[in-house]
Every structure is written in structure tokens, then in C-alpha cells.
Write a protein that binds this ligand. Sequence first.
Ligand SMILES: NC(=O)c1ccc[n+]([C@@H]2O[C@H](COP(=O)([O-])OP(=O)(O)OC[C@H]3O[C@@H](n4cnc5c(N)ncnc54)[C@H](O)[C@@H]3O)[C@@H](O)[C@H]2O)c1
Length: 365
Amino acid sequence: MKKIEIKIPGNEYPVYIGANAFDSLDKIIRSKKLFRNLFIIIDKNVLALHRQDITRFTSNFSGKVFVHEFNACEQEKNFVSLQNIFNDMIIKEFSRDTIVIAVGGGITGDLAGFSAATFMRGVLFVQVATTLLAAVDSSVGGKTGINFNETKNVIGSIHQPNFVLIDTEFLKTLTEEEIICGIGEILKYAFLTDQKFFISLKNNFAKLLKLDATFTSKVIETCISFKGDVVKNDEKENGLRKILNFGHTFAHAIEVEQNHNIKHGQAVALGLMCALDLSKRIGLLDEKLFTEFIKLPLLLKDKILIKKFDAERIYEIMKRDKKNQDHQIKFVLLSDIGDLVVDVEVGKDEVIQSILQGMNHFIYS
Ligand SMILES: NC(=O)c1ccc[n+]([C@@H]2O[C@H](COP(=O)([O-])OP(=O)(O)OC[C@H]3O[C@@H](n4cnc5c(N)ncnc54)[C@H](O)[C@@H]3O)[C@@H](O)[C@H]2O)c1
């Protein structure tokens, strides 16, 4: 089992990655002396697919355990689901000596993390990431939250986990659609890290699609290590951490405009196309590099298809993005791989053109 340390000052924690890593969950909890009561918030689908592993763990655990099932979808990442969690916590008499364990993807992790951050002013939290997207991104960094009134992740807090566990065996039950979602977020890291990772992803794309064990583990380690370094330097997103939002201003608005009929990771791939186009359009990214760069998200061209979209509405939704200041949309754009510029303001016409240009590649008729 591989271990990566996330070294946030005052908040260091390990990420364990490996085949059958879940079998070590009990041992890790004991070795870290986290002798608490466990409140497990689990994605219903994950429970159905991996019931044997989960039951083995819960029935062998020596302390109090309660399993709260959650229907993981974007529409349910909301106050009602949070209230259901708090209801169970209170009815089952959980108190401050609780560890909330999220078992699922980014939706479960965000919701469970926010409940851990707010229940009795904050209890311990563990993430067991079961999707590729959660493994490469959302399980690390401490962002937790829920959606509210058509705005994504607008209520939330930063609450770091005590540790993260990624069992690569769990990833084997993911559908191709969910693998694509994870790849959407991985492609973001191709633009944030370095040329070597970009080329490696391009050359080994088929391996990633098939979740080749060796290559996928390497990719997870690269993304998590990179994110860990960024968050270590700017946990509260005052500066550097903003680069992790590359493509996301577009993506969040696309998700809402499409009524969540497109998933987060898929929207990120589209958002990257729009952000690359906008970077070129305002003269930050040269034409030659642009042509080279878009080849990577375009590898998903036939895997993410949308019927139609309304660029004006996407723009209007972006105006509600939580990263905006003084009603101005703040973009993360790039001039080269690893060379990001944050807080860029751009005129409406150029933004609309980038949405049209970036998303038209994915329209089917
Ligand atoms: N906190 C952060 O830093 C951060 C970063 C990126 C994204 N996010 C959030 O993450 C969410 C998206 O996460 P996601 O793509 O993991 O979505 P998700 O949690 O909904 O999981 C996607 C689907 O996969 C299923 N699933 C989960 N694990 C499975 C498994 N092992 N086998 C088979 N099916 C499985 C789920 O039931 C669900 O239907 C969004 O809400 C986004 O806002 C958060």
C-alpha cells in the first residue's frame, strides 16, 4: 500500500492507495488511536456493489458503528440530505467522539465532510474514495459542502480529513461514464503539472480508459501529490489554490445549465476546452500550443455528448460563481502547461464565443 503525506501546516494527513487497501481500514483507525464511534455515510450504489467488504469491516469493528445510506446524485447534495444525516446522528446518540467516514465519490465526500465539519462544531473525518474523480481530486484538500438554489457548492467549509483511503479494487466496478468523469478532472492536472504528465496521459489514454492498474495508480499519485503541494501552500484559497479551478468556472455553470444531466467530471472536460479557447482568444496562449493542447480533451469527443446548450444562460449562471468579486467573473487561464494566471476578467462577448467554440465539439445531432 502506497502512502502519500499531505503536509498542510497543523493539518498533516496520509493518503493510502492500493489494491485491497480497504482491508486495512480497521488497522489504520486503531494505529492512529482514533478510538471513536463510527458514523459511516455511504453511497447506496457502493454499498450494493461492495456489501461484503463493508459488512466484514462493520461486523469486525469493536466500537459503535452506524451506516447511513445516501443516494449519491448532485440533486441530493443538499440541505435535506444533511438534515437526514443529523437526524440519524442525534437519534443514534452520536456525540463529539465520532468519526464520520465517507464511503463514495465526490458527492458523498463533500456532503459527509460538511456534516463532519458542522456536527457538534466539528468531528473527525475520513474519506474512503470510491470513484476515480474522488481518488485523483476531491478526497484531498478539505473542501466540503452542498449545493443550494442552483449554485454548486455554495454552502460549505474547509474541513480536512484525518486520512484518506483509496482501494483501487473498488474502482473496478465504475461504469465507463464514471471513468470518463474522473478523466475529466485528471486532464485538468495535465495542464497544471508538467509536460511529462501531459504527454504520458496522451500516450497512455487507452490504459487510463481501461483503468490499467499500474498506470492508474501512478496517475492517482501524481494528481494527489500535486494537489497536496498546492493545498499545503494555500489551504484557504487566497492565491495559488485558485489554479485548481482551471476549467471549473465554466464547468459548474454547464452542469447547472444542463440540469445536471451532465456529470461534474464531464463538465470539467468541456470547461477545459472553453478555458483553453478563452486563453487563446485573449492572446495569453499562442495558437500553436492551443492546437496541441486541445488534442487531449478532444480524446473524449465521442464519449461526452450533449444535445444543445444556451451559451447566454451559461454566462448568466457564471455570474453567480462564488469566486466572483464585485459581480465580475474571475477566470483561471493559462499561457502554457503549469503557467496559470488567476483572477482574469474578460468581456462578455469573448466569454460567449469561448463557450460556443469549446462546447460545439461535443454536440451531437
Ligand atoms: N471537494 C472537492 O475538492 C471536490 C473536487 C472536485 C469535485 N468535487 C465534487 O465531486 C462531485 C463529483 O464526484 P464524483 O464524480 O465522484 O460523483 P459521485 O460521488 O456522484 O459518484 C458518481 C457515481 O458513481 C457511483 N459510484 C461511486 N463509487 C462507485 C464504485 N466504486 N463503483 C461503481 N459506482 C460507483 C455513484 O453511486 C454515482 O452514481 C461533484 O459534486 C463535485 O462538485 C469536489
